[in-house]
Design a protein around this ligand. Structure first.
Ligand SMILES: Nc1ncnc2c1ncn2[C@@H]1O[C@H](COP(=O)(O)OP(=O)(O)OP(=O)(O)O)[C@@H](O)[C@H]1O
Ligand SMILES: [Mg+2]
Length: 409
């Protein structure tokens, strides 16, 4: 028999949320999962479920309020799901710990977020809202090529394009707009430089960055104008000064968004003048970073800490401080688009003691789409190493072992 202490609501029941459900069960919590699909995989681990679209704050709140009449919820959280407004709306309405609705609004609106950063002196690329292809021409005239166009409320890099000479501006504008729920589109100056991803817990106003990973964009030209990440390595191969500069800018960005307690995931670019913030998501990351990579390489379990924070429990800040346990290289698989005919070498990866995780989302007969955004990923491998270079090389080697043959459609 399980001794149930508190009731935790996890927003989203997808495959990337499974770890949080498992952990919450281990922690003896009564677990309520929400998802628009009753068959969502993580919901099988929940004690009870709420069926509502996680992307619809009002519908989610209505369903949660009904549930809460009979069974009081003690905490709400999410991970790997870009729904800060849903979480904040529920937390605020039920009087539970969480970021404010005002902070969540900034997190869900790239324009508002960048305006808040600019006001607070947090360095960001030049940005503005655009309403037509004509406006794109003006931005290009002002800043020069390349520029980035993106939906104001996008995620998973859907509709994000790097515009260089020759890209059809009318098409690009329509593409970004089509990928925006609100129909709003922004442009930014494209910043050259190494890209980093950060994952931090802000607790009582202090920002503890558990991980800075270096993102790999060597395929950016191949898949242009889409901006496609090919993997990365963590922790980043940077000196202490760079590390501190990135940590500081993340802390300032979180403060500018009014986040005193909560997890933040940063997209950062390093320039000769210092780091610039592309954005700060008010949540734990996807891509198995918070559930697998950071606990393994850095010894910090941000999922556990997020559960505790959601329930209003005190955190032990010593558990937020990262260790350097190992390095991890990550590579995604990029088969040619088409119908999968044959897969070789994937299962064999389990025989390599340094492969810590591997996943393949498609099988024979499935269709590989052109990688226009990060939701089109086919699979990945994580490889441990003693050095940054070793982990990177091993990830490259492991990814090359996986041969996914397709026939063009
Ligand atoms: N101004 C910029 N300069 C250079 N690269 C950029 C810029 N804006 C975005 N990018 C690149 O495009 C990626 C996706 O952009 P952005 O994070 O704004 O969109 P998103 O839909 O939120 O994507 P994700 O969910 O992957 O973070 C960034 O992680 C970064 O690599
Ligand atoms: Mg982003």
């Amino acid at each position: 028999m399980r001794l149930i202490s508190k009731r935790l609501l996890i927003i989203g029941g997808g495959i990337e949320q499974v770890r949080a459900y498992e952990l919450a069960r281990e922690m003896g919590l009564f677990l309520v999962g929400s998802d628009r699909s009753p068959d969502a995989p993580a919901l099988k681990l929940a004690d009870d479920k709420i069926i509502a679209s996680t992307r619809d704050p009002r519908a989610s709140l209505k369903a949660v309020l009904e549930f809460n009449e009979d069974q009081k919820i003690d905490g709400v959280m999410t991970l790997a799901n870009d729904v800060p407004l849903t979480v904040a709306t529920i937390a605020t309405s039920l009087g539970l710990p969480g970021i404010s609705i005002a902070s969540a609004r900034l997190a869900a609106d790239k324009l508002l977020m960048k305006q808040a950063f600019s006001r607070a002196g947090v360095p960001v690329p030049e940005f503005r809202e655009v309403f037509s292809a004509e406006d794109l021409k003006v931005a290009i005239k002002d800043w020069g090529y390349p520029i980035v166009i993106k939906p104001n409320d996008g995620r998973g890099s859907r509709g994000v394009l790097k515009l260089t000479a020759g890209v059809d501006l009318s098409w690009a504008y329509a593409h970004a707009k089509d990928n925006s729920d609100s129909g709003r589109v922004i442009v930014e100056d494209f910043i050259e430089g190494t890209q980093y991803s950060t994952e931090s817990m802000v607790y009582k106003g202090c920002c503890y960055t558990a991980c800075i990973s270096e993102r790999n964009y060597e395929l950016i030209d191949k898949y242009a104008p889409n901006i496609i990440e090919n993997g990365g390595t963590l922790p980043a191969d940077i000196n202490e000064a760079t590390s501190h500069a990135i940590e500081d800018v993340v802390a300032s960005a979180a403060c500018a968004m009014g986040i005193n307690n909560g997890t933040v995931k940063g997209d950062i670019i390093m320039t000769p003048e210092g780091p610039l913030v592309i954005e700060l998501a008010a949540r734990l990351s996807g891509g198995y970073l918070c559930t697998d990579q950071i606990p393994l390489a850095r010894g910090v379990d941000l999922v556990r800490q997020t559960i505790k924070l959601a329930l209003g429990q005190e955190l032990d800040t010593a558990e937020l401080v990262a260790e350097d346990i190992c390095k991890l290289g990550i590579r995604y698989f990029f088969p040619e688009p088409g119908c999968i005919e044959k897969i070789e070498g994937f299962e064999e990866l389990s025989g390599l003691e340094w492969v810590s995780k591997k996943m393949l989302f498609l099988g024979v007969g499935d269709i590989v789409e052109s990688p226009s955004n990060h939701t089109k990923r086919v699979g990945f491998v994580h490889a441990k190493g003693n050095t940054f270079q070793e982990a990177t090389q091993r990830a490259i080697e492991a990814a090359a072992m996986v041969r996914i043959e397709t026939v063009p459609l």
